[in-house]
Design a binder for this molecule. Structure first.
Ligand code: C2O
Ligand code: CU
Ligand code: CU
Length: 504
């Protein structure tokens, strides 16, 4: 008996030493890099531009078909994928401020899903969040009036519990809003020529060519890919024909934070953030984007040269143990820019862009706190029937978002564009001084956001706020707010199908 017990204990000790060794091995080897390995052999795919058709009353109407297909990312290898009007990703939608739009979304996928217009200011019923489910074979036709400044937005599914899988398989696209003020700013604006959408994603492939959807074994953040796709193109290059090129950068990855810059560290001129253009260009060497965030930048090229857009090791602020498992040691070449021997257009960015009102914290009627930790917000998991916040229409609030965890979270609010007032008590850096709808909240950091809820009230239908790390969102790191009009009731719960998703 004694001997047996001792043997069992010894076995346990050996097993746990082996396990700790394995963990240390994985820790040391968790860094991913493709730097120097790419040939940039493939021409960057530019998503087709969808401008819709005008119907009799002047509404711009788009048709989007969500479909299954297969995509050849690598010669001769087919990957089963999902897409919109195609096998992977979708067209770039383009609308102008002041227009009415309607989008007919047909779900040709084998599962229920939704389609959300990330960054768009619209009625909750048109938002495409988890309450606007589209069953297989069904059509959903939201409409709204575009009432916000020119910006780079995007669309993607938002199905409770399966957003990560649906986006990973390929359902996403860019959504550009134009307006007269941005047109007059003098920025490069020829789509796919000197105004280039870059949908940046990481993916991991199985040996048979299919996407590996299994989350990293001990990843605290979900799957991190070891290959980069830009607009669904592996190993891409883009042929530049102008001295200045405008890149619309979208981090459409499920979990990865990219730290984008040019390999030779030449400046990027940041001209726009999530919600619109900045008052003037700001020079940066690199720009960190967490999942869901966008940035518009200008890059200057010289005739005949080649320069690589790279994602440098990001500065995540995670603890020593977690850093490699959230991608903190990873570096990737993303895209090679290849300049023609003769380039056209100006070589200096415009000095002034658009007017942007200064945020006035004094207008806030109150403050609310959102504490991020684990996969919860304020220690609660998402419940489709619970209303977490009731806000007044046309009021501003300060949202204090605090990350108590030791890994980063990406906080996104539907319907609104907000100003970052402070990060740990300090004024925001230039890249956070424009209009935002998604921000990376670093570990042990508090951000104060000034959020204004304009135009649309609906006491019965909520908007979402959530972590944009999609595995976290699926696991419940999400909450709901309704916007009410003075006289409306203030619901604590609403009727919801599949009301209880807590703990998924
Ligand atoms: Cu881009 Cu609620 O999502
Ligand atoms: Cu959104
Ligand atoms: Cu998160």
């Amino acid at each position: 008996m004694q001997g047996k017990l001792r043997k069992a204990v010894a076995g346990l000790v050996v097993a746990s030493i082996a396990c700790a060794g394995g963990l240390a091995y994985m820790h040391a080897n968790a860094a991913e890099s493709n730097v120097g390995e790419l040939g940039f052999a493939n021409e960057l795919r530019i998503p087709p531009l969808a401008e819709g058709v005008l119907d009799a009353d002047g509404t711009r109407v788009f048709e989007l078909d969500l479909q299954e297909g297969s995509t050849e990312f690598r010669d001769g290898v087919e990957t089963p994928t999902w897409g919109v009007n195609g096998s992977y990703l979708g067209p770039t939608l383009r609308v102008r401020r002041g227009e009415r739009v309607r989008i007919e979304v047909r779900n040709g996928l084998p599962e229920a899903t939704t389609l959300h217009w990330h960054g768009m200011h619209l009625p909750a019923a048109a938002d495409g969040g988890p309450h606007q489910t589209i069953e297989p074979g069904a059509v959903w036709s939201p409409g709204w009036k575009v009432g916000q400044p020119a910006a780079t937005l995007w669309y993607h599914p938002h199905m409770m519990g399966s957003t990560a899988a649906h986006v990973y398989r390929g359902v996403a696209g860019m959504f550009i809003v134009d307006d007269d003020e941005a047109d007059a700013a003098g920025l490069p604006g020829r789509y796919g020529v000197d105004d280039v959408p870059l949908i940046v994603q990481d993916r991991r492939f199985n040996g048979d060519g299919s996407f590996d959807e299994s989350a990293g074994m001990i990843s605290p953040t979900g799957i991190l890919g070891d290959e980069i796709l830009v607009n669904g193109t592996r190993d891409p290059h883009f042929d530049v024909t102008t001295r200045l090129v405008r890149l619309r950068l979208l981090n459409a990855a499920n979990a990865r934070i990219f730290n984008l810059g040019l390999a030779d560290r030449r400046p990027l001129w940041l001209v726009g953030t999530d919600g619109g253009l900045l008052p003037e260009p700001v020079e940066r060497e690199t720009l960190q984007l967490s999942p869901g965030e966008r940035a518009e930048v200008l890059v200057r090229m010289a005739p005949g040269e080649r320069v690589v857009l790279r994602s440098f090791e990001p500065d995540l602020g995670a603890d020593f143990f977690n850093e490699p498992f959230v991608g903190g040691k990873d570096e990737f070449d993303v895209l090679e820019l290849r300049a023609a021997d003769e380039l056209s257009g100006p070589s200096e960015p415009p000095s002034r862009l658009v007017e942007m009102p200064e945020p006035d914290p004094g207008e806030a009627v109150g403050a609310r706190e959102f504490v991020l930790n684990g996969t919860t917000i304020n220690a609660q998991a998402m419940d489709m029937g619970r209303i977490d916040a009731v806000v007044e229409r046309d009021a501003s609030e300060v949202w204090v978002v605090r990350n108590d965890a030791s890994i980063p979270h990406s906080f996104h609010v539907h319907d609104v564009r907000f100003h970052v007032l402070a990060v740990d008590g300090e004024g925001p850096p230039p890249e956070l001084s424009g209009l935002k709808d998604t921000v990376n909240v670093r570990p042990k950091t508090e951000m104060r956001l000034l959020v204004r809820f304009e135009d649309y009230a609906d006491p019965g239908l909520p908007y979402m706020f959530h972590c944009h790390v999609l595995q976290h969102e699926d696991r419940g790191m999400m909450g709901q707010f309704v916007v009410v009009d003075g006289s409306d009731e203030r619901p604590g719960r609403i009727e919801a199908e599949h009301a209880d998703h807590a703990g998924r």
